[in-house]
Structures are given as structure tokens and as C-alpha cells.
Ligand binder design. Structure first.
Ligand SMILES: Nc1ncnc2c1ncn2[C@@H]1O[C@H](COP(=O)(O)OP(=O)(O)O)[C@@H](O)[C@H]1O
Ligand SMILES: O=C(O)C1=C[C@@H](OP(=O)(O)O)[C@@H](O)[C@H](O)C1
Ligand SMILES: [Mg+2]
Length: 172
């Protein structure tokens, strides 16, 4: 069985959708950020504060490769930046994975992130206006990498259950 990889911008729902997809399919779910936190014994915020983003990106790449190498069946929720560094986007094309880009509009992302930014060091200190501009530009820069996914699911105006259903159709 192929590993199922969910990717997309911060707040698109990777962690939430992966968890719900896991409940329905009984395929175990791994969140790459959680694996990194466990390995470093630090929160994502603490890793950024104490070691910086470059250290985080190296660890993120190492853990992603490790997860792909394991023989277990898994649903893997990536971090928003994972496909955009260390040529990780090339791993989305592998034959032994099904990669799905959860595509969200700037407005959807903004509305989900505006009250959920404290654990996301890239936006934690931004005011609302700065955040909207940042998301717009950043999403544009990152789309090139996200578009390497094998499949794309639009998540705007969909419930968690509807997005999970869309992914199940891809897997069928
Ligand atoms: N329809 C939806 N699908 C996914 N997440 C949703 C939806 N509606 C609201 N949310 C909320 O948006 C946030 C998405 O965050 P999360 O799953 O951590 O995304 P990511 O891992 O992509 O950053 C969560 O707080 C979740 O409860
Ligand atoms: O977009 C990014 O660069 C990041 C997204 C985060 O994951 P989520 O997308 O799950 O919030 C986390 O990996 C880290 O804060 C960096
Ligand atoms: Mg997440």
C-alpha cells in the first residue's frame, strides 16, 4: 500500500484532515511536525527560537526521508513548508506515495490562521494586516512546490468530512 501524503499551506487543514482520514480508513496517521518535536524534544516554536529555521528545515528533511523509508502504511501530514525546501518536492512524485495538495484560498487561510498563529513561528508576531499580505505573497511563492503533488483537492467552503470524502475518491 502507498503512503498518503497531505501537503499545503499553513492552516489548509493537513493535520485535521489527516487525523479524520485516519479514523475512517484505519490507516495510522503521522504528523511530521509532531515527529520533529518528539525527535528534538522541543516544540516547533522552541526549535525556531533556539536553533533557527535552517536547523528546522534540515531536521524536517531528515524526518521526512525517514518516514518515507519505513515500511509502515501511513497517512503523513506535512508541515506547510516541507515541499519547499531541500528538494522535498521531488519526493512527492515517488511511485510509492499518493500526494495530495489541500488547496485553500488566501481568505480561507487567513480566516483559519488569524486566531491560530501562536504555534506558527513564521506568522506568530504579525498583526492582521501584515498577515494577510504575507499569506498572499508566500502562497504565491510556494505554489510552485505544492503543484508537484500528484493530486489536488480544493478545501474552500468544505467541511472536514467533505474534504475527507474527496480524498477517499482519489484513493478508490
Ligand atoms: N473545513 C475544515 N477543514 C479543515 N480544517 C478546518 C476546517 N474548518 C475549520 N478548520 C480549522 O482550521 C485549522 C486547520 O489547522 P491544521 O489542521 O493544523 O492545518 P495545517 O496542519 O494545514 O496547518 C484547525 O483549527 C481546524 O479546526
Ligand atoms: O509553513 C511553514 O513553513 C511551517 C508550517 C508549520 O506546519 P503547519 O503547516 O502544519 O502549520 C510548521 O512546520 C512550521 O511552523 C513551519
Ligand atoms: Mg499541521
Amino acid at each position: 500500500m502507498k503512503k498518503i501524503i497531505l501537503l499545503g499551506y499553513m492552516g489548509c487543514g493537513k493535520s485535521t484532515i489527516a487525523q479524520n482520514l485516519s479514523k475512517i480508513t484505519n490507516i495510522p496517521f503521522l504528523d511530521l511536525d509532531k515527529c520533529i518535536e518528539k525527535r528534538a524534544n522541543l516544540s516547533i516554536n522552541e526549535i525556531f527560537e533556539q536553533h533557527g529555521e535552517v536547523y528546522f528545515r534540515k531536521l524536517e528533511h531528515k524526518m521526512f526521508v525517514e518516514l518515507l523509508q519505513s515500511s509502515e502504511n501511513n497517512i503523513i501530514g506535512l508541515g506547510g513548508g516541507t515541499p519547499c525546501y531541500a528538494n522535498n518536492h521531488e519526493l512527492l512524485k515517488r511511485d510509492d506515495v499518493v500526494s495530495v495538495y489541500l488547496k485553500a484560498s488566501i481568505n480561507t487561510l487567513y480566516s483559519r490562521l488569524v486566531h491560530n498563529k501562536s504555534k506558527r513561528p513564521l506568522i506568530a508576531n504579525m498583526n492582521e494586516e501584515e498577515m494577510k499580505e504575507f499569506i498572499a505573497k508566500h502562497l504565491f511563492d510556494r505554489s510552485f512546490y505544492y503543484n508537484h503533488a500528484q493530486h489536488k483537492v480544493s478545501v474552500d467552503d468544505k467541511t472536514v468530512e467533505e474534504t475527507v470524502q474527496d480524498i477517499l475518491e482519489i484513493l478508490a
